[in-house]
Design a protein around this ligand. Structure first.
Ligand code: ZN
Ligand code: FE
Length: 733
């Protein structure tokens, strides 16, 4: 008889790992114990069938468990009497991954709708394989006492399941039932309680049918919800949120209903129905959906119900629901109903007295074809998951990311923990939320940085915060961070041709980059080509006003003669504005130079009158996409002169066409040709990154071409392709 100690690292807590081991040990008649510690799980085991036991761990582990490493060593005999699950113990630095929230599982769904089940219609049903995790955790290790479920005492029934290794709820930390439930309550806009429990849900359904807006507490924050077929409710929601045109996501009762309004390929179906249940951006058909859900776009963000509360609503409510984060522009997601006193956002509030500890928005993903997806927002179900680095660090690094789509990372050894999406750091509240999350995640991992890495942009709030910390600081160029995020994720340790296309990032020459080609590897980068530079008239203002960018480019080409052109860009200004802007352009007053291709999209959107002023980031590109015509095989041409990629002739050709469909298609095709042309010269595998590649017409057709021409390419799939991926790429040895 042998006795061995087994240490397992990975996602092993909150996923039913201990009961699995317990049952396996009993089946093989082995004695000993298992416990959770901060490194993962520790097992000591004694008996004859030990080899068999070890083999079965890998083969039969629970579906949500991930094993990063197993360490086995023989120890002296202990003479165990039985196999038991022992209390967790806390051990210094945490390597265990914080468990992640998961959509309700199929087994819980069945119980939820089974009249004979104790948890029939029970809004907080959960098991070891599903439900809230990260969003209710205050500290690690993951035990009920360290979560916001601590204040609810388990009833005898739940306790029975919790301690029964044969139950699906063995050590399900948030377990509860109607007898020991957190309280669900429907409040009016003054926070007066109207209904409680399932009556509250019934009332929600009634009010939604009535066209009302209801704030519903989800896993990581409140949502604002209204009838997705009610044009007036949606308009009101837009007014309340001060959100003129930015598309809303829709939650549908089932996959079949989604297929009525949008094209769903196999990958998209897999993403929608995964236990992450993210928002998936789909190509929409013409349908009866109100036009104010996603104005002027042929894309629709959709997702499926991921909590029991959603399912209970959809039991009675057949229409899709607009489900959007409850916050006001630039502020973080609301997690506490008291906030609704400060900002009136909803007619009713479906609240519950289980606190949300960690704010976490919905994740957003998009498939580029049947094979490749990109992550647009890493949040619920994805963060703060551990991502392995392709090297081992000898110090602790905190990287603070960019300013928009803020995400930070903490990194130690070969682990990188990416925070959930925090949002744009453009309000005091969102900066506070950024700081709070750094504090909390650092605490969970007992993490103290030896080095902080931030962007070269000194005006980024994330950079300013980094500077204030009095810890050694390093700055990494924005686009190189984008590129390295891909190199790390895909474990690429050779030279690549990297295409970094985005809105803006501070360049090494002090100019604003964003249309760049590099030769790069994990250690160094060389900028080899970039878009011809143009002036952002008035700086920041220009970013919100595509017409200013178009005008600036027209001045570059035609000088004052631009003013005589019969173009919607020119008509979008009055005479005084035009005169002033001409002077501003001529004297280059507050007009930083940029090589951003995101801004070139803006300029073209203005020239063909798609949009003159934008309401949300990426708007012009998103609307342009809906004019892309797969059947038109023509393209404009960029001219490459040494390191400059010139678009002057391209603009002249556009002025000759001015048709939205033709211009958009020939422009996007021109970008694809440009990338292929440069690749033929450089002959390296391609990496592409930056927010511009969220344009599916561009990305999916680029991939198609690269596949046909057999050119190796890499795109980030798990790490956000936009600025949400910067923090990961900032990390370095
Ligand atoms: Zn479950
Ligand atoms: Fe960027």
């Amino acid at each position: 008889m042998k006795t061995i100690e087994i240490k397992i690292e990975g996602i092993t807590q909150g996923v039913g790992f201990r009961p699995f081991i317990y049952n396996l040990a009993n089946k093989l008649n082995l004695k000993g114990f298992i416990l959770n510690d901060s490194n993962g799980v520790l097992i000591e085991i004694e008996g004859d069938e030990i080899e068999q036991f070890i083999n079965q761990i890998e083969l039969q582990k629970p579906s949500l468990a991930v094993i990063d490493s197993i360490e086995i060593k023989e120890i002296q005999n202990r003479n165990f009497k039985n196999f038991e699950i022992r209390e967790s113990r806390d051990l210094g630095k945490l390597k265990t991954i914080i468990p992640i929230d998961s959509a309700i599982c199929p087994k819980c769904k069945i119980e939820l709708f089974d009249k004979s089940n104790k948890r029939y219609n029970y809004p907080f049903i959960t098991c070891t394989e599903c439900g809230v995790r990260f969003t209710i955790i205050k500290s690690m290790p993951y035990d009920r006492a360290n979560t916001s479920m601590a204040k609810f005492e388990m009833c005898q029934f739940c306790k029975g399941e919790y301690i029964n290794p044969n139950s699906r709820r063995f050590h399900t930390e948030p377990v509860s039932c109607p007898d020991c439930s957190p309280k669900l309550s429907l409040l009016d806009e003054n926070l007066l309680e109207l209904e409680i429990g399932n009556l509250a849900i019934e009332r929600v359904i009634k009010e939604l049918k009535d066209g009302k807006i209801v704030a519903i507490k989800g896993y990581g924050g409140f949502h604002l919800v209204c009838d997705g077929l009610n044009f007036d409710s949606i308009s009101r929601l837009r007014e309340i949120k001060k959100r003129k045109k930015k598309p809303f996501a829709l939650m549908f009762r089932d996959l079949e209903s989604i297929k009525q309004v949008a094209k769903v390929n196999r990958l998209e179906e897999k993403l929608l129905t995964s236990n992450i249940a993210p928002i998936v951006l789909l190509d929409s058909f013409d349908s009866d959906l109100p036009s104010n859900i996603a104005p002027e776009l042929n894309k629709l963000g959709v997702f499926l119900p991921y909590s029991a509360i959603h399912l209970l609503i959809f039991k009675e409510f057949k229409n899709p629901l607009v489900v959007t984060s409850a916050n006001i522009t630039k502020e973080p997601l609301i997690i506490d109903s008291n906030e609704f006193k400060r900002i009136k956002l909803a007619d009713f509030i479906l609240d519950c007295n289980r606190d949300i500890i960690n704010r976490c928005d919905d994740s957003v993903v998009m498939a580029l074809d049947e094979e490749y997806k990109i992550t647009i927002r890493r949040a619920r179900g994805l963060a703060p998951k551990n991502i392995k680095l392709p090297f081992k660090l000898d110090k602790n690094i905190l990287s603070t990311g960019a300013n928009q789509k803020s995400v930070f990372a903490i990194a130690f050894e070969d682990n990188a923990i990416l925070s959930p999406h925090i949002g744009d750091l453009e309000s005091i509240k969102s900066i506070e939320s950024f700081e709070e999350m750094i504090e909390r995640i650092s605490k969970m991992y007992s993490f103290k940085p030896d080095l902080i890495i931030c962007d070269k942009h000194i005006n980024y709030e994330s950079s300013k915060w980094a500077e204030r910390q009095n810890i050694p600081l390093k700055r990494i160029q924005h686009h190189y961070s984008h590129i390295r995020a891909v190199l790390y994720e895909k474990k690429i340790n050779f030279d690549v041709l990297a295409v970094a296309f985005d809105g803006s990032g501070f360049g090494d020459d002090g100019k604003i980059w964003g249309g760049e080609f590099f030769i790069a590897n994990q250690k160094s980068y060389q900028r080899i080509k970039h878009l011809r530079e143009f002036k952002l008239l008035g700086g920041e203002v220009a970013i919100k006003n595509p017409k200013r960018i178009a005008l600036s480019i027209l001045f570059d080409i035609f000088d004052s003669k631009a003013l005589d052109l019969n173009l919607s860009t020119i008509k979008a200004f009055n005479q005084t504005e035009l005169k002033n802007l001409y002077q501003i352009h001529k004297k280059a007053i507050n007009s930083p130079l940029t090589s951003s291709i995101g801004r070139l999209f803006d300029a073209i959107a203005s020239l063909i009158d798609i949009t003159q002023e934008i309401n949300y980031e990426g708007e012009s590109g998103a609307i342009m996409e809906s004019f892309y015509d797969e059947n038109l095989n023509e393209a404009y041409e960029f001219e490459i002169r040494d390191e400059i990629i010139d678009f002057e002739n391209l603009i002249l050709a556009i002025l000759g066409d001015l048709d939205k469909r033709i211009v958009v298609t020939k422009f996007i095709n021109a970008i694809i040709n440009l990338i292929l042309t440069i690749q033929k010269e450089i002959k390296l595998p391609i990496v592409f990154c930056g927010g511009v590649f969220q344009n599916r017409a561009l990305s999916s057709n680029l991939i198609k071409r690269l596949k046909i021409e057999n050119i190796a390419f890499y795109i980030p799939e798990e790490i956000p392709i936009n600025d949400g991926g910067i923090a990961f790429g900032q990390i370095e040895r």
